[in-house]
Design a protein around this ligand. Structure first.
Ligand SMILES: NC(=O)c1ccc[n+]([C@@H]2O[C@H](COP(=O)([O-])OP(=O)(O)OC[C@H]3O[C@@H](n4cnc5c(N)ncnc54)[C@H](O)[C@@H]3O)[C@@H](O)[C@H]2O)c1
Length: 439
């Protein structure tokens, strides 16, 4: 895709949207989107790889976006973010166009940096792209502070955290705030059209499905920087620890599980799966998972996720109905076939276009629950694989006597702020069949 063309198209589209929309009096919550100004001031919490991408996607989404503040736990990440953003602006903005307005006073470091960022005024939108364990805390704080949010997937690493995201989503609704999630397939025109066709009966009643995120090992292992604390080391290497990322079934495969839930129209009732670890250098994640999800009413979906180099790779979804089948990102077969098609819309930009439009129109988007349900689906699969047991959704959402209802992986997000984090040992992983499930 040609960046310049894409940007031009998006700006055109955004300007057209702007011209077409006059915010309706009384529909925009007071203080949420400053009256008399069309500027949208954005702050970011967690400015690593995706954070840098999300900020540029947001700048691309709408010409009124300004990036005004950054918060991160690690100073070198902030320096890299600022460098990359400067380069992006040089390449993509007109000369003299100043849309990044971060100053030393709006640059915050450390595990409490999110609090400082949320206190600045004015600030309309917060982009949350920190590591997964912090998403519930950062989302909750942003909603309490009255901000619209873009939050990356997944919702959290454990049931306690994900339930906080559900509660924060409900609070956002009460406050008239938008929450858009980084499950970008829901903003992809191809997926959206196929979803509509399936909802309209294109494949009959969905009976079963298969979802995959089978890829290589992204590795992402970093040596300890001199003087670095366990907490900082874990944040740098968050990808390696279930306590930080939820394991790859949660961190990565959540995308495909979300698509299955979206097309079927509900999350599964139970999971039974397995997995294992043979190759990692650091941390405590598994290498692969294979899980059967039972959606009730005789609907089942098989999920495979793997991060092993040299194996067959596939990242996709397929759902089979009574009269046909859909590859949600591709074709529909059966009695009402549709060929696969491509779209030039970049869903990573479109999710910000949709967020900003919702703010302008005063029609808040609410993606917290879908994100939470997809994350709970993945967590059910992980716990089942770790323990060898059947795990029900109600174990994570309702049944307070379930061994997993109160599961909160340690260290928690709060432990990082308190300074009580201890590095878990490498290679100590859950054994299915062990008496006490702890992860
Ligand atoms: N939607 C997608 O396609 C997609 C792609 C990649 C990553 N992601 C998601 O984006 C998030 C970030 O991933 P990444 O690849 O950018 O990781 P990263 O390590 O590159 O960036 C994370 C950043 O957050 C900072 N951080 C972590 N904890 C923090 C805290 N408590 N306070 C402040 N800053 C903190 C880190 O220092 C780092 O700069 C993850 O949730 C990941 O799953 C989504």
């Amino acid at each position: 895709m040609n960046n310049a063309t894409t940007r031009r198209d998006f700006l055109k589209q955004s300007v057209a949207t702007l011209a077409a929309l006059t915010p309706l009096a009384g529909t925009v919550p007071t203080g949420v989107f400053a009256a008399g100004s069309d500027r949208i001031r954005v702050g970011i919490i967690g400015c690593g790889g995706r954070g840098t991408g999300a900020v540029t996607n947001c700048l691309e989404a709408d010409p009124a976006v300004e990036i005004v503040a950054v918060a991160d736990a690690l100073s070198d990440r902030v320096a890299k973010f600022k460098d990359q953003l400067t380069k992006w602006c040089q390449e993509h903005l007109k000369e003299g166009e100043r849309r990044v307005k971060i100053t030393p006073d709006t640059t915050f470091l450390g595990f409490d940096s999110y609090r400082k960022l949320l206190a600045i005024r004015p600030l309309d939108v917060v982009v949350i792209t920190s590591s997964v364990v912090f998403h519930p805390l950062h989302l909750e704080a942003a909603i309490q502070a009255g901000k619209h949010v873009f939050v990356e997937k997944p919702a959290g690493v454990d049931p306690v955290g994900v339930r906080r995201v559900i509660a924060a989503g409900e609070l956002a609704k009460q406050k008239g705030l938008s929450v858009v999630a980084g499950t970008q397939r829901r903003h992809d025109p191809v997926y959206i059209e196929n979803h509509k066709a399936v909802a309209d009966g294109a494949i009959g009643k969905i009976i079963s499905g298969r979802v995959w995120w089978c890829g290589g090992d992204p590795r992402r292992v970093y040596d300890r920087v001199e003087g670095e604390s366990d907490a900082q080391f874990m944040v740098r290497n968050w990808y390696q620890f279930v306590e930080m990322c939820g394991d790859h079934i949660v961190e990565q495969h959540v995308h495909n599980l979300d698509v299955a839930n979206w097309f079927i129209g509900r999350p599964p009732q139970l999971a039974l799966g397995f997995g294992g670890r043979a190759r990692r250098e650091l941390g405590n994640r598994y290498d692969f998972f294979s899980v059967d999800f039972d959606y009730g009413d005789d609907v089942t979906v098989h999920s495979m996720s793997r991060q092993i180099n040299g194996c067959y790779q596939r990242t996709s979804e397929q759902l089979v109905g009574a009269t046909g089948s859909v590859w949600p990102g591709g074709k529909i077969t059966g009695t009402r076939p549709r060929p696969a098609r491509r779209d030039t819309v970049n869903p990573l930009v479109q999710e910000h276009v949709d967020l900003i439009r919702s703010i302008r129109e005063g029609k808040p988007l609410s993606e917290a629950r879908g994100l939470a349900e997809a994350t709970l689906t993945a967590i059910m699969g992980r716990i089942s694989a770790y323990t060898g047991q059947i795990v029900r959704l109600t174990d994570l959402t309702e049944r307070k006597d379930s061994p997993w209802y109160n599961l909160a992986l340690s260290p928690t997000a709060e432990d990082f702020e308190k300074g009580t984090v201890k590095l878990p040992p490498t290679g100590v992983v859950p054994l299915p069949g062990a008496a006490t499930p702890t992860k």
